[in-house]
Write a protein that binds this ligand. Structure first.
Ligand SMILES: Nc1ncnc2c1ncn2[C@@H]1O[C@H](COP(=O)(O)OP(=O)(O)O)[C@@H](O)[C@H]1O
Ligand SMILES: [Mg+2]
Length: 242
């Protein structure tokens, strides 16, 4: 599902080159639930952005569904990303001029139903129904018509999660998806993620500091200073050390 080979990322800032990722290799199988852990600054967000093709590696490659994304033209990449990945940014990245419901519907509008109001009204209705159901499942049924500025950080985070799932993507990548949630909401989101993983077979790769969330993942990859320092199967499997 996801094959990462020799992935490196460095940036030039001023005169110096900063090596953020220094050679990362792993493979994620369909339906796996992987927690990416590591101290702040270890390269987790950078890695997640590269997995989604939101950023280009300095060297190495990421393949999704057998397609190496680093070589794709921008429109082909956008198409593949739209069909394959739901992404939850650490900073949510909601559109301020759209309501919660409209934010969740945006990927649907862009990918499924450009003519929604006309020829494909049935498809549009189905999309609205799914968006409402997702907002309901993240506990926001009373907030569908609120704009991001009217929502708390945790509520915005839950809108971003609902948006990531609207197209039923085979892969969801999320950067600290419970980072701004209280215990009750965090637990609720964890249950939702587990259910999507189990019922829809969604492959989950989550960056997290949340021990409760990490404990539920089937596998835990830990980064330190841009390198994988451990890659362990949890639960039924036996640990695999790198
Ligand atoms: N655009 C950038 N310019 C310079 N340094 C960056 C940039 N983005 C990230 N970094 C640095 O790369 C390192 C890894 O960042 P990041 O991937 O955000 O780590 P994490 O998500 O694990 O906290 C950090 O030291 C960060 O300061
Ligand atoms: Mg980060």
């Amino acid at each position: 599902m996801i094959v990462v080979r020799g992935l490196r990322k460095s940036l030039r800032t001023g005169g110096a080159t900063v090596e953020i990722l220094r050679g990362i290799d792993f493979t994620v199988e369909r339906g796996e639930f992987v927690a990416i852990m590591g101290a702040s600054g270890s390269g987790k967000s950078t890695l997640l952005g590269l997995l989604a093709g939101l950023d280009d590696p300095t060297s190495g490659s990421v393949a999704l569904h057998g397609t190496v994304i680093s070589n794709l033209e921008e429109d082909k990449l956008a198409q593949l990303r739209g069909k394959t990945i739901g992404f939850v940014f650490q900073s949510y990245q909601l559109i301020p001029t759209l309501t919660a419901l409209e934010n969740v519907l945006l990927p649907y509008e862009l990918n499924v139903s450009p003519n929604a109001a006309g020829a494909d009204a049935g498809g549009w209705k189905a999309g609205v129904a799914r968006a409402r159901a997702l907002l309901d499942s993240v506990g926001l049924s009373e907030r569908v018509d609120h704009y991001p500025v009217q929502l708390s950080g945790g509520e915005q985070q839950r809108v971003a999660l609902a948006r990531a799932f609207i197209l039923r993507p085979p892969i969801v990548l999320a950067d600290e998806p419970t980072g701004n949630l209280d215990t009750v909401n965090g637990k609720h989101i964890l249950e939702l993620l587990l259910e999507l993983n189990r019922v829809e077979g969604t492959t989950l790769v989550l960056v997290t500091h949340d021990p409760a969330l990490a404990a539920q993942a089937g596998r835990r990859i830990t980064l330190r200073d841009g390198l994988v320092v451990s890659d362990e199967v949890q639960g039924a499997g036996s640990p695999v050390s790198v």
